[in-house]
Write a protein of this length. Structure first.
Length: 255
């Protein structure tokens, strides 16, 4: 009987960053960008099998396993959010809107908040649609300049010309440069991911994982109001890259 040498145990505690890149026509990454602060990266493998049982012995015993389907997902928790990575996680893009001036007509509803087309507004002037009446901020209405909305006051008893329901109002204002996220405009794109990290349980030796072909998918949940610092959980589907021996991902570790 031969005695096999017991392998030295490999301990792993990872830290690092996750990068994302578009793919060129030949499948190589176009150039990676940091996705933002990440606290967790899990590789989740699933195997769908068909079992065959022999009945020759009387008691059926499993004598063959057929592997029908294998899937690999990557679950990522993002803790550092930005306009660009939120847009990416929503399978969308970012639209830059230059500042300007707007003249908008609305039908007033007393007590209601009317949303303007832009945020961070200034120099707001509210008149009747024909310009004959100039309404007074504080007496007729209040402005949330940062959010870009106007509230028609319920109590306008001290106003000379109160705004009534259905009145046509002309809103004139300026707005600064702003950025808008357009979600779900790029649902079918395939990207590459790369984890650049180190193993803190092995003298901080480097560990690199390349996920060659990843379905971008969409963000399933984003907590706009949660009472704590927001994090985002992504579940990304890996697609087999048939041009590689290790079709889903490759890992390089030192030591």
């Amino acid at each position: 009987m031969s005695i096999r040498e017991i392998a030295t145990p490999y301990r792993y505690a990872g830290q690092g960053r996750v990068l994302v890149s578009d793919r060129l026509a030949d499948g190589t990454p176009a150039g990676f960008f940091d996705i933002g602060g990440v606290s967790k990266v899990d590789i989740i493998c699933q195997d769908t099998i068909l079992e065959h049982f022999s009945s020759v012995t009387g008691a059926a015993v499993r004598d063959k396993v057929f592997h029908l389907k294998r899937t690999v997902n990557v679950a990522i928790t993002v803790t550092q959010l930005s306009i660009s990575n939120i847009a990416w996680m929503f399978s969308g893009g970012v639209v830059d809107i230059p500042g300007g001036v707007s003249n908008t007509v609305i039908s007033a509803k007393v007590g209601a908040i009317h949303a303007l087309d832009y945020v961070n507004v200034s120099s707001v002037v509210v008149t009747s649609a024909d310009g004959s009446i100039i309404y007074v901020e504080g007496l007729n209405y209040t402005i949330n300049a940062e959010a870009g909305s106007i509230h028609i006051n319920e109590d306008q008893s001290v106003a000379v010309d109160p705004i009534i329901d259905g009145a046509a109002l002309l809103l004139s204002f300026s707005y600064t440069n702003q950025t808008e996220i357009s979600p779900f405009t790029d649902n079918d794109s395939v990207v590459s991911l790369r984890f650049e990290g180190l193993n803190t349980a092995a003298e901080d030796k480097p560990v690199v994982l390349n996920f060659y072909k990843v379905s971008r998918g969409i963000l399933k949940k984003f907590s706009v109001l949660s009472g704590h610092a927001a994090t985002v959980d992504l579940d990304l589907q890996l697609i087999a890259d048939q041009t590689r021996n290790n079709a889903f991902f490759g890992e390089t570790a030192v030591g």
